[in-house]
Design a protein around this ligand. Structure first.
Ligand code: SF4
Ligand code: SF4
Length: 174
């Protein structure tokens, strides 16, 4: 990819293609978690000039944030950082081929630190592996299980810190 407005100098995808595996592309009927059939491994998109708008619009946080070192580049980290639209919640989309990579010592301490700042603002740090979510908290992780359509992930103050839980769609209705 070439440099675009808002993207710091020196940041480009290079040989990384992880978002082309992890995220769905409805225009191509591409499901989440499977390589796009148009990927040219190690080189990027095989239909670069005509790729769907959703592909043109997406850049991960490693691209946008020069404070993230090379160890955070998705092809190395084995997860993609992005911001949930309309919030400051940080999404960690884990490669199903390395679902625990984010728990490593290079990453988890930072994720916990960012979680503390996010929770204080009413936001969260959430790790998704497919539909399964884990909330990162300043001192632990909370397994949230499968998140379905309409489920809401909410954070709340708890004794000694924070908790994050899921309000299931339809729960509480007779
Ligand atoms: S995950 Fe980030 S660095 Fe990798 S291809 Fe996608 S936008 Fe580029
Ligand atoms: S169309 Fe290109 S940019 Fe979009 S997911 Fe497929 S390979 Fe990636």
């Amino acid at each position: 990819m070439t440099a675009l407005d808002g993207i710091p100098a020196g940041r480009d995808c290079g040989s990384c293609t992880l978002c082309c595996k992890l995220f769905p592309v409805p225009e191509l009927e591409k499901p989440a978690g499977r390589w796009c059939r148009h990927i040219a491994q190690g080189r990027g998109c095989g239909i670069h000039a005509t790729r769907p708008q959703v592909c043109r619009d997406f850049f991960c946080q490693w691209i946008y944030n020069p404070a993230l070192g090379p160890e955070w580049k998705p092809e190395r980290a084995r997860f993609v950082l992005s911001i949930y639209p309309g919030s400051n919640t940080l999404l960690v989309s884990a490669d199903p081929g390395a679902p625990a990579a984010w728990r490593g010592p290079l990453y988890l301490p930072s994720l916990r630190r960012w979680a503390e700042a996010a929770l204080a603002q009413g936001d969260q740090v959430l790790v998704f592996t497919g539909n399964r979510a884990v909330a990162v908290l300043p001192d632990r992780e909370a397994e949230l299980g499968e998140i379905g359509p309409g489920d809401r992930i909410v954070s709340l103050k708890a004794p000694g810190g924070y908790d994050v839980l899921v309000e299931r769609a339809g729960a509480g209705h007779a």
